[in-house]
Ligand binder design. Structure first.
Ligand SMILES: Nc1ncnc2c1ncn2[C@@H]1O[C@H](COP(=O)(O)OP(=O)(O)OP(=O)(O)O)[C@@H](O)[C@H]1O
Ligand SMILES: O=C(O)C1=C[C@@H](O)[C@@H](O)[C@H](O)C1
Ligand SMILES: [Mg+2]
Length: 168
């Protein structure tokens, strides 16, 4: 089976849904953010602060290429879709699943989160802008799953049943 790439905005539930989906499908799960932190030996926050976003994006691009492309679930960083090269790579090598979530629910989910450097300081206005800029990129996925007001189990069940359709 081709790799499953979970994409979506910060807080969409990629890491949380990915873990559960991995249990159900019995596939290993690799998170690009966690992989980069481990390779570089710094937290994402520290990489942004010390090396800047551009360097982080280069790490992200390299990570995608190095990670397995079969029998794996890859949960991606929220900004992985910014680079066209990444979008193409994921579409070509795997099944891309976009986890959509309405902004107001994302605001609630991330309200107390201090681990996402792009959300430091101002939050809602910046998030709305980023969200709108990225939406067309996320929508290039093979499938879109709305996670708004849904439980993790419900979302995972939905994904599993879609993966059984002949298209995949
Ligand atoms: N369907 C859901 N319903 C309610 N809360 C959720 C849901 N999915 C995720 N959450 C919560 O939202 C927060 C962010 O989830 P998670 O870390 O999985 O997002 P992410 O998409 O991996 O974000 P990032 O891109 O920043 O890594 C967590 O506290 C998680 O428990
Ligand atoms: O949306 C983004 O650009 C990011 C999301 C996180 O997963 C991390 O990859 C990092 O904080 C950047
Ligand atoms: Mg995550």
């Amino acid at each position: 089976m081709k790799a499953i790439y979970l994409t979506g905005f910060m807080g969409a539930g990629k890491t949380t849904v990915g873990r559960r989906l991995g249990e159900v499908l019995q596939l290993p799960v690799i998170d690009t953010d966690a992989y980069i932190e481990q390779q570089v030996g710094k937290t994402i926050t520290k990489i942004f602060a010390e090396e800047g976003e551009e360097t982080f994006r280069a790490y992200e691009r390299d990570a995608l290429k190095k990670l397995p492309k079969e029998h794996v679930i890859i949960t991606t960083g929220g900004g992985i879709v910014i680079q066209e090269e990444n979008r193409q790579f994921m579409r070509e090598h795997g099944i891309v699943i976009y986890l959509h979530c309405e902004l107001n629910e994302l605001f609630r989910r991330l309200a107390d989160d201090e681990t996402r450097p792009l959300l430091m300081g101002n939050k809602q206005k910046q998030m709305k802008q980023l969200f709108e800029q990225r939406l067309p990129f996320y929508q290039e996925a093979h499938m879109t799953i709305d996670t708004t007001n849904r439980t993790i189990d419900d979302i995972v069940e939905n994904i599993v049943s879609l993966l059984k359709t002949p298209r995949f």
